[in-house]
Ligand binder design. Structure first.
Ligand code: SME
Length: 160
């Protein structure tokens, strides 16, 4: 049985360290990208509070296609450059959005979402996927969250 869950009261840097370590342990011996993304989506759901959607979009033929996630059903295809996920994919740059209503072109998959963090997974200079986190709270994510999820993305760049 796997029991990857943070202890109550764990500090944020420690939480991110444990999340990356758990993702490392779960994906190290598995080469199937879908299996690895599915387990990491589940881990993000376990480790991160105030998050209503956590998961992946994969880069397929110049657009993003929905991958494994936890949360409500979501839009399936997003062109590079469209919305928060598309901006992260096109620019190969983290998007930290404190208020999604203020982001031009934001795609509302779940009307409850108020803030968002999207981190590209880059391999050999190309975006291969993005990690998308949504929160029902305004400004849920900060630079520390971005740094933690960027470490996760770096780990996954050779595992998905
Ligand atoms: N809000 C995202 C779309 C994906 S969903 O939130 C799951 C965006 O603007 O790219």
């Amino acid at each position: 049985m796997y029991d990857f869950r943070p202890a109550p009261g764990t500090s944020k840097p420690e939480l991110h360290r444990q999340l990356v370590d758990a993702a490392d342990a779960l994906t190290a011996d598995e080469r199937d990208p879908v299996a690895n993304m599915a387990n990491v989506a589940a881990l993000m759901g376990e480790f991160l509070d105030r998050v209503n959607w956590a998961g992946f979009y994969r880069a397929v033929g110049g657009e993003l296609v929905l991958g494994p996630f936890v949360g409500r059903p979501a839009c399936i295809r997003i062109p590079f450059g469209t919305g928060v996920c598309g901006a992260a994919a096109r620019d190969r740059a983290t998007q930290l959005v404190p208020d999604v209503h203020a982001f031009p072109g934001h795609i509302a998959c779940d009307g409850a979402t108020r803030s968002e963090l999207v981190v590209p997974v880059v391999r050999e200079g190309e975006t291969i996927a993005v990690i998308d986190l949504d929160s029902p709270d305004l400004a849920r994510f900060d630079e520390d969250d971005a740094a933690g999820i960027e470490r996760l993305a770096e780990l996954l760049s050779t595992r998905i």
